[in-house]
Design a protein around this ligand. Structure first.
Ligand code: PSU
Ligand code: MN
Length: 299
């Protein structure tokens, strides 16, 4: 039977209880075009290393679940055209079929928990889509946060989603949503969403302590840390709003549904912003990698 492979460097760090940060790969296969996806994936790994932790990018390659990729594997994944998008439901099936795919936030959490990694850095999580009262489109990422003990560091959720509904579902599921260093929930490209975050913490040490306390109390599930994009890289809400609205309209007209919705919206916003969203995207992911590395050192 196919099994998982832990990169030797990651295995060594885990055995010696040194800090490891998990990284997702749907962002590579479905979130950004080649070669930006590869550049950013490499830069994020370097950022984790520069901040005292070891990166473990997670993906399925030819049916094998990898926890940590070699530079060659990362390159191959970034170049693969027909990669699958792997959430909790898809990983085992992709492995059984010998497929290649990028793991979503949910998929990456499953794999990280399997090998005892407790911190994970990404860009944005999936959430409740606009119009979900009709489409029922709610990302499996939210349910995963409710059941898998990983601290996920993201820049909030993108305005392609319905942020108030996303907060409501996370509240129902008992997932702590923690804004880092501010009261307001950040909204990916922008530091402000107009919404107050349910919780706030101001240091990596406190976030790590909260993670450990949840474990001690037998509270299953993870916590979501919403880390605002550095101010010099932010794009204001007003600037992106018309592009996001146009992307959502286009998705509706073209009948995009299920797993294709998020990649379609991301691709369309990128196209409509003429690539402007990409540099902000890079800056916020690096920022999340830094915070996740600090948190990992306290765990
Ligand atoms: N949001 C982003 N960028 C991303 C994703 C979401 O701003 O790349 C990706 C993540 O991998 C996330 C997935 O886990 O999309 C969610 O997809 P869905 O909405 O189909 O659950
Ligand atoms: Mn969905």
């Amino acid at each position: 039977m196919n099994k998982y492979t832990i990169h030797p460097e990651v295995l060594d760090e885990l055995r010696n209880q040194r800090p490891v940060v998990a990284l997702e790969s749907t962002i590579i296969t479905h979130g950004m075009p080649y070669p930006h996806n590869l550049d950013i994936a490499k830069a994020v790994e370097d950022e984790v290393r520069a901040h005292g932790a070891t990166p473990a990018t997670i993906a399925v390659l030819d049916g094998n679940l990898h926890i940590g990729l070699t530079p060659q594997q990362l390159e191959k994944l970034a170049f693969t055209q027909a990669a699958m998008k792997l959430s909790r439901a898809d990983i085992a099936i992709a492995m059984a079929k010998g497929e290649t795919g990028g793991t979503t936030v949910a998929g990456t959490m499953v794999a990280a928990a399997l090998v005892g990694i407790s911190v994970f850095a990404t860009g944005g999580i999936g959430g409740v889509h606009r119009g979900a009262e009709l489409s029922f489109d709610v990302s499996a990422d939210l349910n995963e946060l409710a059941q898998t003990p990983i601290t996920v560091v993201a820049a909030g959720a993108k305005a392609i989603l319905d942020l108030p509904k996303t907060l409501e579902v996370l509240e129902t599921l008992g997932v702590p949503v923690i804004a880092y260093g501010q009261d307001e929930l950040p909204a990916f490209w922008s530091r402000s969403s107009g919404l107050k975050a349910p919780l706030r913490l101001d240091s990596a040490k406190e976030i790590a302590l909260a993670h450990k306390t949840r474990t001690a109390l037998g509270l299953f599930g993870g916590q979501l840390v919403a880390n605002p994009i550095p101010i010099e890289h932010q794009i204001t809400r007003n600037e992106l709003k018309p592009l996001i609205d146009a992307a959502i309209k286009r998705a509706k007209v073209q009948g995009i549904n299920k797993k294709d919705v998020t990649p379609f919206l991301l691709k369309t916003v990128l196209e409509l912003s003429k690539g402007k969203s990409l540099s902000a995207n890079k800056a916020l992911i690096l920022n999340n990698a830094r915070l996740a590395s600090k948190i990992a050192q306290f765990l």
